[in-house]
Design a binder for this molecule. Structure first.
Ligand code: GLU
Length: 315
């Protein structure tokens, strides 16, 4: 009992654990499949790996290319939601649900049965509606998401990868079909092409594991941004967002992810996964090879090892 208290007060040294994980996941790096449905993403070498941890008491740990930026893709959906909730509050839930979809992130089938109301804000359909909400309220909705991430991460040069945005604009037929389909149910207020343009830009934001940890730390810190001390959200909204991350943040593998990792998290097809441990830390991992659900294969394993080796998860 005494030993545990002392360890908590001093804070755990995560560095040897990250190094052990780095060594253990090496054989997995070539087992996933880099997303190639966005041609620009297919060019990213599959053997990249990095992982970073940032604690609420101000400590940082990292292995691999933790300062190398990658395409955050669906991780942006978390930050778009933060802005939309600040704009619309509970009204948002009249247009987007809060249930896991049990379907692939880019599926259209459920929308037909559920009259154009997406299951949750973290699948593509939900993010399109969330993007529509912020487009209706803000003159500069595209830049607002980028600027939020610049402020939270403390990196003023976080930016869109315009090559990735263009690549998706040219090939994102499924997302285009989805936006027009939702519009047909009246659940987009803006022109679908405008919504898609903003959505593709948000997905194209490029950030490193270290920057993403910094940006998400307010979710582990009762809603306060560690850099500025600003309150980003009330503890009540932080609870809501973390719950959504746990139940909807990792596509249709969300049950498996919760079972293995035990943390609220959001993944993206760029191979990043960002997760938080309330009151303790944010952790981010990047490995571009994906599993069949679109989650980073080595990244999920790395997070599973992390929570197992540290004994720290929400459960
Ligand atoms: N831009 C990607 C898409 O819309 C994001 C998917 C993801 O990361 O889950 O297909």
């Amino acid at each position: 009992m005494v030993a545990v208290k002392a360890r908590r007060r001093l804070g755990m040294d995560y560095q040897p654990i990250l190094e052990q994980i780095h060594a253990e996941i090496r054989p997995l790096l070539d087992q996933g499949r880099v997303a190639d449905y966005i041609p620009e993403l297919a060019r990213v070498p599959g053997d990249k790996f990095s992982m970073a941890v940032r604690t609420v008491d101000g400590r940082s740990f990292a292995v691999g290319a933790a300062d190398e930026r990658f395409s955050i893709q669906s991780i942006s959906k978390l930050f778009t939601l933060v802005i939309a909730l600040q704009i619309a509050g509970d009204e948002l839930w009249t247009r987007v649900g809060r249930e896991p979809s049990g379907n692939p992130f880019n599926s259209l089938v459920q929308l037909e049965h559920e009259n154009g109301k997406p299951r949750n804000p973290f699948i593509n359909a939900g993010a399109l509606v969330v993007t529509d909400v912020i487009l209706s309220a803000l003159d500069n909705a595209i830049e607002t998401v980028r600027d939020l991430l610049r402020g939270l991460s403390g990196s003023a040069d976080v930016d869109f990868d315009l090559g990735v945005a263009r690549s998706e604009q040219e090939t994102g037929h499924r997302n285009k079909a989805m936006a027009h389909f939702i519009k047909s149910f009246g659940n987009l207020k803006n022109d679908p092409d405008r919504v898609l343009h903003a959505y593709f830009h948000h997905c194209s934001l490029a950030m490193s594991c270290r920057e993403l940890c910094e940006a998400a730390l307010f979710l582990a810190n009762d809603g306060f941004a560690p850099l500025s001390g600003d309150r980003i959200m009330t503890p009540k909204l932080v609870k809501y967002i973390n719950s959504l991350l746990l139940t909807c943040g990792t596509y249709d593998a969300v049950g498996d992810f919760a079972y293995r990792v035990g943390l609220p998290g959001k993944s993206g097809v760029g191979g990043g996964i960002l997760a938080v441990m309330p009151k303790r830390f944010a952790v981010c991992v990047w490995s571009p090879g994906l599993d069949d659900s679109g989650n980073s294969l080595a990244g999920t394993r790395a997070l599973e090892l992390f929570t197992t080796l540290t004994g720290e998860s929400v459960f």
